[in-house]
Design a protein around this ligand. Structure first.
Ligand code: GDR
Length: 344
């Protein structure tokens, strides 16, 4: 019998890569979607038809119980969230409900359907659970690099909500003996990244300007520094975390930090342009509180999981710019227009 997996956030970047990996390993994949499929599929790759989509919402407890009952999963990955950090200031309550309390709802759905109570044998017949925790939880860091022991100091409602979810996972593990783990993932990107995130915004702009479709790029904080890796490497790590003998949290990141300025320089140089001729700082894109710099210490994942990132920052940027050059050259009418609109 094929192993069964239920994924929330299946229409997002990580959901697409994870589903592809698990399908290739012979899993039967179920995805939770909110009534309708995501209309904005940046790379226009439809979800694989083998995936069974179930209606459900992280805001709605009973819909999650129904999804878990239907899927009868061996594993659950909670990748659903309001993942664009700036939105979490404008919709802080929704961010808290989806990104924070949503974790509790899906954990509770798993626990209730499996019939696990504090008095039952720990972990009995209960699906394994993966939570997408985030380096945004570290926020204002005093120590670098950051690992599983680093103290959290989130700087956005998004980060605060992720901390709540992170501790709920730990609490369900300790209260019920569930195999529930959090992967604390640093920024991970790909050609499937949504156009609002900085790497994709830059790769789209570099490609569009090169092709004469656009003439400038407005950005916020050029000094922000992130540890950027390739999403395909990170979903591999998620799967490895659920395959361990014992439930444990892991940090995944490259250990290499670059600034937004360095990202822009690399992307524009890749298409033979000087970024200084096109990039304009826009104070309207600054955040109320910023995470200045992040750098991962993923030595525990490297030792215990044998995980390591395969794609360098330079390769990642080239991959994303090349994909956007293809996207914008292939189809100037439809998808390209929608993508370009995000730069305006
Ligand atoms: P982040 O990703 O907030 O780190 O969260 P994002 O790409 O949005 O920002 C990274 C950094 O770039 C700076 N920046 C800009 N960002 C955006 N989006 N647009 C701009 O124009 C711009 N100019 C400068 C930001 O200020 C920031 O410092 C991502 C998300 O995927 C989260 O869901 C996830 O949890 C973390 O990564 C790990």
């Amino acid at each position: 019998m094929a192993r069964r997996v239920l994924i929330t956030g299946i229409t997002g970047q990580d959901g697409v890569y994870l589903a592809e990996q698990l399908l290739s390993e012979g899993y039967q994949v179920f995805g939770v979607v909110r009534g309708q499929r995501s209309v904005c599929d940046p790379n226009r790759r439809p979800l694989r038809p083998e995936i069974k989509l179930l209606s459900g919402d992280l805001l709605d407890q009973s819909s999650l119980i129904a999804a878990v009952e239907t899927a009868q999963p061996d594993e659950v990955y909670n990748l659903g969230a309001l993942s664009f950090v700036p939105v979490s200031w404008r919709q802080s309550n929704t961010a808290a409900q989806i990104t924070g309390v949503g974790v509790l709802r899906i954990l509770e759905a798993v626990r209730v359907v499996a019939g696990v109570t504090a008095s039952v044998t720990p972990g009995a017949n209960c699906p394994r659970f993966y939570q997408a925790s985030s380096s945004e939880m570290f926020g204002k860091v005093r120590r670098t690099p950051q690992n599983e022991q680093t103290v959290f100091h989130p700087r956005s409602p998004y980060g605060v909500a992720k901390v709540f979810g992170h501790y709920m996972v730990q609490n369900y593990r300790e209260s019920y003996g569930m195999f529930a783990v959090s992967g604390i993932l640093f920024n991970h990107e790909s050609p499937l990244r949504g156009p609002q995130f900085v790497t994709r915004r830059v790769s789209l702009a570099a490609a569009a300007i090169k092709l004469g479709l656009h003439d400038e790029l407005r950005l916020g904080n050029l000094d922000a520094q992130r540890d950027w890796g390739f999403a395909g490497d990170y979903v591999r790590g998620m799967v490895q975390m659920l395959a361990q003998d014992r439930p444990e949290d892991f940090v995944l990141g490259t250990g290499v930090t670059n600034s937004v300025r360095e990202l822009v320089d690399l992307a524009f140089r890749h298409v033979g342009l000087d970024w200084r001729d096109y990039v304009r700082a826009d104070p309207g894109l600054l955040r109320p509180a910023e995470v200045d710099s992040l750098c991962a210490d993923s030595s525990r994942a490297r030792q215990k999981l044998g995980w390591k990132p395969e794609v360098s920052f330079e390769e990642l940027v080239a991959m994303m710019v090349d994909a956007d050059l293809r996207l914008l050259s292939d189809d100037r009418e439809m998808a390209a227009e929608a993508m370009l609109a995000t730069l305006r």
